[in-house]
Design a protein around this ligand. Structure first.
Ligand code: UT7
Length: 335
């Protein structure tokens, strides 16, 4: 291990969205809702749904494999794989291990990080720390969610919002002061019941009763979370700007967790950013929880978000809020 403090950067990105599109019109036939309500209250027009039998490690594997192929990276050169997910294949083993095996990363450690929709920011903070310390050289952060499997498709409060998707980013060394600058992470377990899956863990193991009462699905008190999300997501960015001596107008692009277009707009407004600087693809994918931010990064990196193509020197602010409760932000000087 080197005792020199290094920098860490995101050196490669890739994403995988399952091809099956579920438009709002399909949900109109499943629960009492309308396309107008969903678009108006969330900004979502359609979401992707994994194929039957396709689960979180499959989506994560496809994103990771695309990254390795596109950038010609030898999987044997990867030191660590961190998978951010709250819809893992199993309680254990870790989804990261399943991805590690399939990509042939035989020299990599692997583990999952569960911080719900803040999962990617949390996992990226570990990856950056590992690389900056000199402990590791190549860390693959995979964020993958098959939310359609943990949705109660009879609950209109949740099933209209979430979607499936995955993205992978590679973290490698760079010069100090460049690349990933730092993070702001917070949590409040006092709000745990606001976004939860009550059954299937050790508190309420699976039983006939838990299945009958539909307790193996995601439950959310969305209204309560809404305000906290706006405050937490903007405070995180403000804190980082102060710490790293930047002004709000220095931000080239804000990448908010894609939970609800109204939350994203409110955060952009609080930070006095023009709407053009706020990355949004929620209308196409809905809320893919931990995967929303890296999917945005990949789409911008590949010029797939209108008006937002990431370039060297851009100041990129990431910000998320999710179950736990967890929230956090990250600041990156893009290379
Ligand atoms: O990603 C992790 C963190 N999660 C979030 O950040 C989510 C934050 N919350 C939200 O995005 C929003 O609160 C929701 C999209 C979940 C809900 O939107 P809202 O504007 O807060 O709606 P609401 O819960 O206040 O409900 C307003 C009305 C209610 O009817 P009444 O009581 O006014 O008659 C609901 O029953 O809308 C009704 N409603 C719906 N109507 C049609 C709730 N869901 C639906 C629906 N279709 N899908």
């Amino acid at each position: 291990m080197s005792d020199r403090v290094l920098g860490a950067k995101i050196s490669a990105t890739a994403s995988y969205l399952p091809p099956r599109i579920m438009p709002n019109s399909e949900l109109e036939k499943m629960v009492e809702t309308t396309d107008d309500w969903i678009v108006d209250r969330t900004g979502i027009k359609e979401r992707r749904i994994a194929a039957p039998g396709e689960c979180t490690s499959d989506l994560g594997y496809k994103a990771a494999k695309k990254l390795l192929d596109d950038y010609r990276i030898d999987p044997k050169s990867i030191d660590l794989i961190i998978c951010a997910t709250f819809s893992p294949d199993f309680l254990f083993p870790a989804t990261a291990c399943l991805i590690q095996h399939r990509i042939g990363a035989v020299n990599a450690g692997a583990y999952d990080v569960e911080a719900a929709c803040t999962g990617y920011v949390s996992a990226l903070s570990i990856a950056a720390g590992m690389v900056k310390s000199g402990e590791m050289k190549r860390v693959l952060v995979v964020a993958s969610e098959t939310n359609s499997r943990i949705m109660d498709w009879t609950d209109r409060n949740t099933c209209v919002i979430f979607g499936d998707g995955a993205a992978a980013t590679l973290v490698e060394p760079t010069e100090p002061g460049k690349g990933i600058l730092g993070f702001f992470l917070r949590s409040d377990g006092g709000g745990a019941e606001l976004l939860e899956m009550p059954a299937g863990g050790t508190r309420m193991p699976a039983s006939q009763e838990t299945v009958m009462t539909r307790q193996h699905y995601l439950r959310m008190k969305g209204k309560e979370i809404f305000k906290m999300a706006v405050a937490g997501m903007s405070d995180g960015v403000t804190n980082l700007l102060q710490r790293f001596n930047y002004r709000r107008e220095d931000i080239s692009v804000l990448v908010p967790h894609q939970a609800n277009k109204r939350i994203m707009d409110a955060v952009g407004k609080r930070l006095h950013l023009s709407p053009q600087k706020v990355c949004s693809n929620i209308e196409r994918y809905g809320n893919t929880s931990a995967a929303t931010i890296p999917i945005c990064l990949d789409e911008m990196n590949r010029g797939r978000v209108e008006g937002l193509m990431l370039k060297s020197g851009d100041l990129v602010a990431l910000t998320a809020f999710g179950g736990g409760l967890t929230w956090g932000a990250g600041l990156i000087l893009w290379e």
